[in-house]
Design a protein around this ligand. Sequence first.
Ligand SMILES: NC(=O)c1ccc[n+]([C@@H]2O[C@H](COP(=O)([O-])OP(=O)(O)OC[C@H]3O[C@@H](n4cnc5c(N)ncnc54)[C@H](O)[C@@H]3O)[C@@H](O)[C@H]2O)c1
Length: 449
Amino acid sequence: MRISVVGLGKLGTPWLAVLASRGIDVVGVDRIPGHVAAILNRRTPISEPGLQSLLSEATGRIEATSDIKAAVSASDVTFVVVPTPSGADGTFSNLHVISAIREIGAALRGKTDYHLVVITSTVMPGSTSGPIRQALEGSSGRAVGVDLGLCYNPEFIALGSVIRDMLRPDFVLIGESDGRAGDLLASIYERVCENRPQIRRMNWVNAEITKLTVNSFVTAKISFANMISDLCDRLPGADAGTVLNAVGSDSRIGGKYLAPALGYGGPCFPRDNAAFTTMARNVGARADIAEATDAVNRQQVGRVVALVRSLLLRGSVGILGLSYKPDTAVVEESQGVTIASQLANEGYRVLAYDPQALDAAKSVLGSQVEVLEDAEACVKAADLLIVATAWPSFKNIAPQAFHRTTGRLIVIDCWRMLPVSEFTNLVDLVYLGRSSEQDIELLPAVARA
Ligand SMILES: NC(=O)c1ccc[n+]([C@@H]2O[C@H](COP(=O)([O-])OP(=O)(O)OC[C@H]3O[C@@H](n4cnc5c(N)ncnc54)[C@H](O)[C@@H]3O)[C@@H](O)[C@H]2O)c1
């Protein structure tokens, strides 16, 4: 079996490499010549932990081209992993998917043997049975379900752990045109996955709804935790960390994603939840929980900015972490970036450091923020510090960098990650969701204001 993967971006390239690493011959396709050239040279066109070593090891099994027709003609299965950008109303555009499908269909006109087309891109419910099927049948001249399979098969991955998430998924979601198509796709996952995940097979629309529902539910959990966090901020003696740890011990609830921290960001959670809301509204259903989830999420940056305002009248705020999560350079919908921007607008001097996302953050924040090339310099220059992304390397910053000759540095540790034993004697640690029973001493910068 040979598999083609159309779209060699943040998801497509790891998928190509993972398939090859499990002994499958693959051919990747992208419109961007640089991505194709990178794959041909066994270099990764995108940054993702573990990806480069998979590409280097899979020599001989990976091809790449910008010619969809050639790739489809030479393969049995084609995955479509192209962007589906969100429109102003929150729905995903099928423009790139349809364009790719038309080219795939044209290639299939000249191919007589069975072919399976798999949509990995996130699409709105109704897309696979509607415009995608129509485009595939129209361009190929073949009927889906006879000698042509069509599946919707989104991935549940997080940037920074894409390879691990692909190799060891909690479950595999397959929306299938028919049993033959679903059997073939399931057999690929049985070969690729290192664990034995549940494979949930269903019709297209159920799979499309399931994908959005998973992300909408997870974001609801995050916002629920942040709602408790806001409550505990205001109740003397309360700590949302203690409360939510206990709540998460209930097996009906579970502890994952139940932490008092910043809101969610990145290229998937915010837009999937917004799409869920629009999907519901479009059919006359209500999506009150998804809407509240989004509203609570939007309040989280304001909570941190208000906290800074209450602790430091003016001066320098250091921000550790600008990527939307650790192990990625992506800053889309990053809470750290939004906090930096709002504090700069309020007149603070904002200094920031991130292990990978400085270039991306600079392109968004411009001159609003001074980016520093190392974490220690950021800590040393700050009058108040915010840990905005839980990069593990922040735990290794030398404690001396936090030491102040006058007063103590205030650290808003949004992820409660700095080792308390080393830091409580050195800095004033402020946690989201924990009421302060004692006033924190003002910083010298405040006292001078
Ligand atoms: N990135 C994530 O965390 C993530 C997670 C889950 C789902 N998804 C979904 O996966 C899809 C792809 O996301 P991504 O992050 O990999 O996007 P991306 O922008 O990183 O990569 C997409 C690639 O597709 C290429 N492309 C576009 N049209 C093409 C065409 N007609 N032929 C060949 N190549 C084409 C682009 O040049 C680009 O390299 C989206 O629908 C997204 O919602 C992404």
